[in-house]
Design a protein around this ligand. Structure first.
Ligand code: NAI
Ligand code: MG
Length: 358
């Protein structure tokens, strides 16, 4: 099997299998329609893998993922696993997979569909037409830096972490962000805290250096506190934002809420080779699992990102994006994005998958 065309599918837990079934349907349809030559393999992962094999990330799943072009993940976790040993929790499987594959570039788009403007936390005129992308560094910075710990100093306990980035780590996320900016609106805002942090001083210097290879992309810089303010004041000023692990964690969740629903938002995590893991940003939603009402659009849009960013099939990705926009324009809604207007047609998970394919 050619690795370049193999997709590993990890349904996971809770609503994971339900939304993945719809993502798979769309992937199969687009594979056939555009003659993409993709092959799919489903593997066990997360809580489901823990139940079946005693570990959330079995060796066979890890090997299949290593040997794939891209991974489509549903969601993992749930209250059932709260009592599992810490190192065997489903979330550990996810962290393990991210670090094993070196997925350092996290892409989080925040796109507001006009029909869903009422669901935004901001006034419609502030968010109408919102379409931004946050590129977050995912495998470095303060979440991984050494030394770290809690220890006794001068008679009291002290907690400490280290924010550290090497030139090469900054450069590779910078290159990725500039490439994405070039494919979009050619504007990139690098977010740092250069007025206080040495690590940000280096960050900014490297971003400026990388920008020399991208004269067509306009680079600006912003302090993270101001960026947080601007995201809720005038979010449409941004096209692509690039930032470190910690800042990106916070800013990307804030940006997500501007678009209203967690059931609509996809994400990508890429490594140096362009291999990627694609997943909705939401979790396993145990409160609605098994009811057939989960919104599969975040997963379907994750399939589109996979086609765009790993498989370089922009036309097929555009077709999925257009189908989702059309389904919303026709009034189809899952429960989480229904606002009670009379022209809305509230449908279930499977019907939404079918509508996108149609
Ligand atoms: P969650 O994202 O699963 O759910 C939050 C709320 O959003 C719930 O009311 C849920 O019903 C709703 N929701 C989520 N996705 C939806 C969809 N597609 N359609 C309609 N409604 C949707 O977050 P929560 O409840 O904090 O976590 C539940 C479990 O998921 C936990 O075990 C958590 O650790 C895990 N989790 C897993 C993630 C992953 O697999 N990447 C990410 C976040 C949480
Ligand atoms: Mg977060």
């Amino acid at each position: 099997m050619s690795q370049a065309r193999k997709i590993v599918i990890l349904p996971g837990d809770g609503i994971g299998p339900e939304i993945i079934a719809e993502g798979r349907k769309v992937l199969d349809a687009i594979n056939e329609q555009y003659n993409l030559g993709l092959s799919m393999e489903t593997c066990v992962f997360g809580g489901a893998a823990y139940d079946e094999t005693g570990t959330p990330l079995p060796e066979s799943t890890l090997n299949a993922c290593r040997d794939s072009a891209a991974i489509l993940l549903g969601a993992i976790g749930g209250p059932k696993y709260d009592k599992a040993p810490r190192e065997l929790r489903p979330e550990r499987g996810l962290l393990g997979l991210r670090s094993e594959l070196g997925l350092f570039a996290n892409l989080r788009p925040a796109l507001l569909y006009p029909e869903l403007a009422a669901a935004s936390s901001l006034k419609p005129e502030l968010v109408a037409g919102l379409d931004l992308m946050i590129v977050r560094e995912l495998t470095g910075g303060i979440y991984f830096g050494q030394p770290r710990g809690i220890e006794e100093r001068n008679g009291e306990r002290v907690g400490f972490n280290t924010m550290v980035y090497s030139e090469s780590e900054i450069r590779r996320i910078g290159i990725r962000a500039f490439e994405i900016a070039r494919q979009r609106g050619s504007r990139l805002c690098s977010v740092d805290k250069m007025n206080v942090l040495e690590v940000s001083e280096l960050w900014r210097e490297i971003m400026i250096d990388v920008s020399k290879d991208y004269p067509d992309v306009e680079l600006t810089h912003m302090f993270v506190d101001n960026a947080a303010m601007q995201l809720v004041r005038a979010p449409k000023q941004f096209d692509v934002m690039v930032t470190s692990n910690l800042f990106g964690d916070v800013l990307s969740d804030a940006a997500a809420m501007l678009t209203g629903s967690i059931g609509m938002l996809p994400s990508a995590s890429l490594n140096e080779a362009g291999q990627g893991m694609y997943e909705p940003i939401h979790g396993s939603a145990p409160d609605i699992a098994g009811k057939g009402i989960a919104n599969p659009l975040a997963t379907i849009l994750s399939v589109s990102m996979m086609l765009r960013y790993t498989l370089k099939e922009a036309e097929a990705a555009d077709a999925i994006d257009a189908a989702v926009a059309q389904v919303l324009a026709q009034g189809y809604r899952c429960q989480d994005i229904a606002t009670g207007q009379s022209e809305e047609k509230v449908i279930n998970t499977t019907e939404m998958g079918d509508a996108v394919i149609a």
